[in-house]
Design a protein. Structure first.
Length: 223
């Protein structure tokens, strides 16, 4: 099953669930700016990458209760960044071959600011897959040996948004997400100017990262 079919299947499940439950359900798609700051603790190496993000989100609040459920799937494409190690001079990197996909399930609490404005707050665990292709830019002798790197990350994600319903069954949404990754299992080869690694199996990388994203979009509301 390809990605598009999986997304349609998830949408049908969420819509069906909303149709047989009481309360408010919001399903939306947003796009925005993404920034990730990484640190490989044992190596005193870090890098910061910037890019774009697409967020597919689902909020459900039962009855009159302000408490609800939040689910989110996002994918980010990194475009540029900087890396540094020890006291070395920071250098620019081309991150256009890097991307990640994240999934989060969390409890959510909403504030009602009038009949058409909701402000939900959510925090919960997040699991992500990060992939990076490397063309050995720094090592010309390996230019015919392109490499592939991937990792699985575990962390926490906090999300806050403003949802406005200008019309029935339609809403616009703007929000901010803050993420903290505290575990990374990495596999493959990473060749940067200040970090070179090769792992045949998934290994604990000694890793920590902070990420932030700003997004804006729209969606449908079911009652």
């Amino acid at each position: 099953m390809n990605t598009a079919k999986k997304f349609v299947f998830i949408l049908i499940l969420f819509t069906g669930f909303a149709g047989y439950s009481f309360g408010e359900t919001y399903f939306g798609i947003c796009f925005g700016f993404n920034r990730l700051s990484e640190e490989f603790i044992n190596e005193n190496y870090g890098r910061t990458m910037n890019g774009s993000i697409a967020v597919f989100s689902f909020h459900h609040f039962s009855g009159e209760s302000p408490w609800g459920f939040y689910a989110r799937v996002s994918t980010g494409q990194f475009l540029s960044g900087m890396e540094a190690k020890d006291d070395e001079r920071p250098v620019r990197i081309d991150a256009s071959s890097s991307w990640d996909a994240r999934i989060c399930f969390a409890p959510s609490y909403k504030l009602d600011l009038g009949p058409r404005v909701r402000v939900p707050f959510s925090i919960g665990p997040v699991l992500s897959l990060y992939c990076e292709e490397n063309y050995n830019y720094w090592y010309s002798s390996l230019s015919n040996n392109d490499t592939y790197y991937e990792s699985y990350n575990i962390g926490l994600l906090g999300d806050s948004a403003v949802i406005i319903n200008p019309f029935k069954y339609f809403f616009i949404k703007s929000g901010i997400s803050i993420g903290w990754d505290f575990f990374r299992a990495e596999k493959g080869e990473m060749y940067m100017q200040y970090r070179n690694t090769r792992n045949a199996r998934f290994n604990n990388a000694g890793y920590m990262a902070l990420g932030a994203s700003l997004y804006f979009g729209a969606g449908i509301m079911l009652e």
